[in-house]
Write a new protein. Structure first.
Length: 317
């Protein structure tokens, strides 16, 4: 049977992981997980039920003005046996922060794959034009000869450096995990009757269920926003490289050395149909400028994140 997650898949994944991890050896919790899984994972044939779930969530959010509480109420209505365990010991950051990190991980994987495709395409271009001579420039003035292929290798090299940085950031990305309200894990320690080993194991199992090898050892209510700053710095590097490529092509098109492909029927101006405007490069430059501007925002967020009580996971007893 083709099974799909119902409304808002990420919170469902967190609550399924959270409840499933709690279910080991406990019949009532295991029964609750079964109820949660049954009612929140719906086949495509149950579109009406999915629509009702969306409507219920939106209704509760309008009343509570709180997105996570809306999820809790809506899921509790759908899976009543799981209601008591859905958010037990957790906080809104359990959903919001872990969701952000999960999205970041998936996004980095996607960007790396697409950047590899760009590098492969440029490598093919460089090989094709490896021996084609052209005039090298410094300060945009004529200098010594080079080749078209060599020029393309400059773009490739920058992107390879970006790939190295992206893979580094992806490799050290962790989950916030189950850290409780302020990062002390105190609520979970109480739930496990002071058994610190079970608290540590809960954190590990939740991460594993969501596809992470580890969680950040120290958090407050949220994971440190330095993580976001690091990720945006890496993405800014990609934007810089692509903007340089686009600018080079735009300049070289002025000298009729390189040009963007012209689609059939494409015109460059309502008054000057003969023009060949570098539309794709202009779009790359515009998007790159926006991405590069975001690094200032994440830097300010990192330096101004509010302080909350913190501890090291593994030392909360």
């Amino acid at each position: 049977m083709n099974v799909q997650l119902s409304h808002n898949a990420l919170p469902v994944r967190f609550y399924c992981a959270h409840t499933h991890v709690q279910s080991g050896g406990d019949f009532l919790v295991a029964q609750a997980f079964g109820n949660l899984h049954e009612h929140l994972l719906l086949a495509p044939s149950k579109l009406v039920l999915r629509g009702l779930a969306v409507a219920l969530h939106e209704l509760v959010e309008r009343e509570t003005r709180h997105d996570v509480m809306a999820h809790i109420h809506a899921y509790g209505e759908r899976a009543p046996a799981a209601r008591a365990f859905l958010h037990l010991g957790a906080t809104s950051a359990f959903v919001g922060d872990n969701a952000d990190l999960l999205i970041a991980a998936d996004s980095l994987d996607l960007i790396v794959r697409r950047l590899l495709a760009v590098v492969a395409a440029l490598a093919g271009f460089a090989a094709r034009w490896a021996d084609e001579p052209c005039l090298g420039m410094t300060h945009l003035q004529p200098a010594q000869p080079t080749t078209i292929g060599k020029r393309a290798c400059l773009w490739i090299h920058d992107l390879l450096l970006d790939l190295e940085r992206l893979r580094f950031e992806r490799g050290r990305l962790k989950l916030r995990g189950a850290k409780g309200v302020t990062g002390t894990q105190a609520t979970f320690l109480e739930l496990f009757n002071g058994d610190h080993g079970k608290v540590v194991e809960l954190d590990r199992l939740v991460a594993a269920k969501l596809g992470f090898a580890a969680t950040y050892p120290v958090t407050g209510q949220t994971y440190t926003r330095k993580v976001d700053a690091f990720l945006l710095d890496a993405l800014s590097g990609v934007a810089q490289s692509l903007a340089k490529f686009a600018t080079d092509v735009r300049l070289l098109s002025r000298f009729r050395e390189l040009r963007e492909p012209l689609a059939e029927g494409q015109v460059g101006s309502s008054a000057m149909a003969y023009k060949r405007n570098p539309m794709r490069c202009e779009r790359i430059s515009s998007l790159a400028r926006f991405v590069m501007s975001l690094t200032e925002s994440t830097a300010h967020t990192a330096r101004s994140s509010r302080a909350t009580p913190m501890t090291i996971a593994g030392a909360s007893q």
